[in-house]
Design a protein around this ligand. Sequence first.
Ligand code: SF4
Length: 225
Amino acid sequence: MNRLSLVDFPDKLCMNLIVPGCNYRCSFCPHEQLIHHHIPMPKIGMAEIVKLLRPRMGFLDGVSLGGGEPFLHRGLGSFLSEMRFQNIKVRIKTNASRPGAIQWVLDEKLIDFLSVFIPAPLSKYADVVNYRIDPKDVRRSIQIVRKSNVAHEFRVKPVPGLVEQEDILEIANTLSGSRRLVIERFDPSHTLDPEICGSDVFSQSELEDIRDSTSPYFGEVILSN
Ligand code: SF4
């Protein structure tokens, strides 16, 4: 848990909560501990989270829930309901693998912002995430999020040799007409696959090229810090 974050919930000051476990195995994943071991991680109960949040609500806008993949957790619904009961806004970062769960939290009006990470173009999705997923599920998640009234963004991560500029353009084409794209930076010092640890990154000017080439597809494109 990171008690204060200025960057996770756009335009909001939030508490950042992280859940363990992910169904994907992206080789560039920076959360090796989270997705493999599930421990050591401190477990924080709902009552404790609410206790931490209440006195801070004067200056905090809400919580950001990431991971890992929050939609894998059975307790997510009761957590979100409690946040609603406490009048606390919630942002979730998801990998788009569970369209049914995304639809459910939208129908129940349990979230305020969705960040949807699209690790690869649909044509090479399974190869990048190292998980057998039907690309139709990802496409459905994208459609559900785009049709919703909830504020949202899509996120991508260019990685030399794995997710190239043309791959980002293919993703942009799939997401064309969406409000916002965030281009995340690959951190080669923390990777799930040791073989790509320390490998090359795209330079600032290459990332700016990617940003500029994807700009026509979105309302705004942001290069993360
Ligand atoms: S979807 Fe995110 S958390 Fe899951 S393996 Fe990929 S980078 Fe890691």
